[in-house]
Design a protein around this ligand. Structure first.
Ligand code: ATP
Ligand code: MG
Length: 256
């Protein structure tokens, strides 16, 4: 069966730096696959290649069997791959609800201009879009903040809004780049719960996360990168005890 996502020999260099080297990965629908590795291992670069922010230098990226390597981010998004960013990228001067509405417009082929100009088409669609937007906000627990300025939300809530915004493009594969970064233990537990619920919606999730407890608890499989090179791949128990992984993380805690 064709996997939802498959990378073959994916590579990206910056000048002389091989940031991602020959990564082969298959992600099936409804799976949570984590990408871990020390700082600078190439995790975010890998996501940037998948989501079209960087054009890979080599290899292929098959989404539902179609090679999307080098395609524009909005095209990849329309094909069903959406993401969040390591450094939150919301529209801070827009309301929480408006951040979702913009994402919905990204999915439809209508110009965001019609959102700004409030065209007749837009007004006709607005009610159903708003209802749908509320359902995404409700899903991540932000419905009561719909009219707040997104930049005024607490940090943990902004991370949730980023996820709601990514979900609003109706992806089949969601890429989360350190969704629990900077969160306290309680918020981290809630984030794990949210990611599990996203999988229950039928989505596949590719997750970059430094909290080992989160990774080991939630992942079906884990890919480990070190200096851009895949050094281990498999079930959490296997990866946790892999000598190469322990060596790459020397001084850091791999086991929860
Ligand atoms: N646009 C760029 N130009 C030049 N070098 C880059 C660029 N983006 C990333 N790099 C380099 O590529 C390597 C991998 O970076 P990347 O951000 O992918 O790592 P990471 O695994 O996400 O790290 P972290 O855990 O700190 O987020 C690093 O050496 C980084 O400095
Ligand atoms: Mg990163």
């Amino acid at each position: 069966m064709t996997p939802l996502l498959e990378t073959r020999g994916l590579s990206k260099t910056f000048g002389g730096l091989k940031a991602v080297q020959n990564v082969d990965l298959r992600v099936e629908a409804n799976r949570i696959v984590s990408v871990i590795g020390p700082n600078g291992a190439g995790k975010t670069t890998f996501f940037n290649c998948l989501s079209g922010i960087y054009r890979p230098d080599g290899g292929s990226i098959l989404l539902d069997g179609h090679n999307i390597a080098g395609r524009a981010p909005h095209e990849i998004c329309r094909r069903g791959l959406s993401r969040t960013f390591q450094n939150i990228r919301l529209f801070p001067e827009m309301s929480v609800l408006e951040n979702i509405l913009v994402a919905q417009f990204q999915r439809s082929s209508k110009s965001p201009l019609s959102l700004l100009l409030r065209s007749r088409y837009f007004c006709g669609q607005e009610k159903s879009h708003r209802e749908e937007a509320f359902s995404f906000l409700d899903f991540v627990g932000l419905a009561q903040h719909a009219n707040a300025m997104s930049g005024s939300l607490a940090y943990g809530l902004q991370r949730r809004l980023e996820i709601a915004r990514a979900l609003a493009t109706k992806p089949r594969l969601l890429l989360l780049d350190e969704p629990a970064a900077g969160m306290n233990p309680q918020e981290t537990v809630e984030m794990v719960h949210l990611i599990s619920r996203i999988r229950e919606l039928g989505l596949a999730v590719l997750l970059i996360e430094h909290h080992m407890k989160v990774v080991m608890t939630i992942s079906d499989e884990i890919l480990v990168l070190d200096h851009g090179v895949p050094i281990a791949h498999g079930a959490p128990e296997k990866v946790r005890n892999d000598p190469q992984v322990i060596k790459a993380y020397l001084g850091e805690e791999v086991a929860p």
